[in-house]
Design a protein around this ligand. Structure first.
Ligand code: CP
Length: 311
């Protein structure tokens, strides 16, 4: 794997390796003692993904090159391809890209000589969100096989749903979908349940944000929370061990009652924290694949780092 653009690129063994690496990064401080430049090219808004990549990069000792689309030569008409080649030419050794196109990477991939990571592609995929979601589930249950996982909300327009549905199915989970009329996605061959059924059967309730920026299908007359969301009454019907996930940002009191966002079974803030370690793991996986760093050198650097800080 040269670029990480889709969960389909990872075997189940690859996924477990990344989850274990992420856990290793949580418990041990790894820092490179070599100058490596990276850039985060976000053409769509982001808080969590961008900032957790920044924290992950700083933890690894990477140098971050600035990019703000609205202040860049994009405003003068420079193409996405020319921007990427510019960053490559001035020395970036990894690019993290969020873009409104479902397949922003397809046309440029053959011509780019540094690794790229998909940080959200239109409605298609959000693979690093999927990795952090998987890490959160794995920490909780220690496995995926046989877990009942409901993905509920605006399935049709959600890149998070698309990455998670296929990855969780391959990992052996029983994946169900729950959606208001018009938010179903016929491309996903998975059973649908109502929210009342979902809360009783699930081990993991993965809620999705209504993607208002991608469509105007939201009908305020349908009483979304009461009919299709997670209300306090429904939360009381969940299994004792069941957890709530949401990629955020959250539309409070739409897909979830505001009081449940930080309730005892919510792992929403934990997901954000896991994003840092999952993203550290995918970045070093790609650096290794490209020979930019190798395992031995990386371990040596860790020893050096610990020597430097006297630990
Ligand atoms: N979950 C997620 O992708 O959040 P941001 O849009 O804030 O990055």
């Amino acid at each position: 794997m040269k670029h990480f653009t889709s969960m389909n690129q990872l075997s189940t063994n690859d996924i477990y390796d990344i989850l274990h690496t992420a856990e290793e990064y949580r418990s041990h401080n790894y820092k490179m003692n070599e100058q490596l430049f990276v850039a985060n090219l976000f053409y769509e808004p982001s808080t969590r993904t961008k900032m957790s990549f920044v924290v992950a990069q700083k933890k690894l000792g990477l140098e971050i090159l600035d990019f703000h689309a609205h202040e860049s030569s994009t405003k003068k008409g420079e193409s996405f391809y020319d921007t990427v080649k510019t960053y490559e030419a001035i020395g970036a050794q990894l690019l993290v890209v969020r873009h409104e196109d479902d397949d922003w990477y397809r046309a440029i991939e053959p011509y780019i000589n540094i690794p790229m990571i998909n940080a959200g592609a239109g409605q298609a995929e959000h693979p690093t969100q999927c990795l952090l979601d998987l890490l959160t589930i794995y920490q909780e249950f220690g496995c995926f096989e046989g877990l009942n996982i409901v993905i509920a909300g605006d399935i049709k327009h959600s890149r998070v749903a698309h990455s998670n549905a296929q990855a969780l199915k391959r990992l052996g989970a029983n994946v169900y979908l729950s959606a208001a009329p018009g938010f179903e996605d016929p491309s996903l061959d998975l059973p649908y349940v109502t929210m009342d059924e979902a809360v009783e059967l699930c081990d993991v309730m993965m809620l999705l944000r209504i993607q208002h920026e991608r469509h105007d299908q939201f009908n305020t007359q349908i009483h979304y929370l009461e009919n299709f969301g997670l209300t306090k009454e429904r939360e009381r019907m969940m299994n004792e061990h069941a957890i709530i996930l949401h990629p955020a940002p959250v539309n409070r009191d739409v897909e979830i009652d505001s009081a449940l966002v930080e309730c005892q079974r919510s792992r929403i803030l934990k997901q954000m924290n896991n994003g840092v370690y999952a993203r550290m793991a995918i970045m070093t996986t790609l650096f290794n694949n490209w020979g930019i760093i190798n395992e031995t050198a990386f371990e040596k650097r860790e020893l050096l780092y610990h020597k430097q800080i006297g630990s």
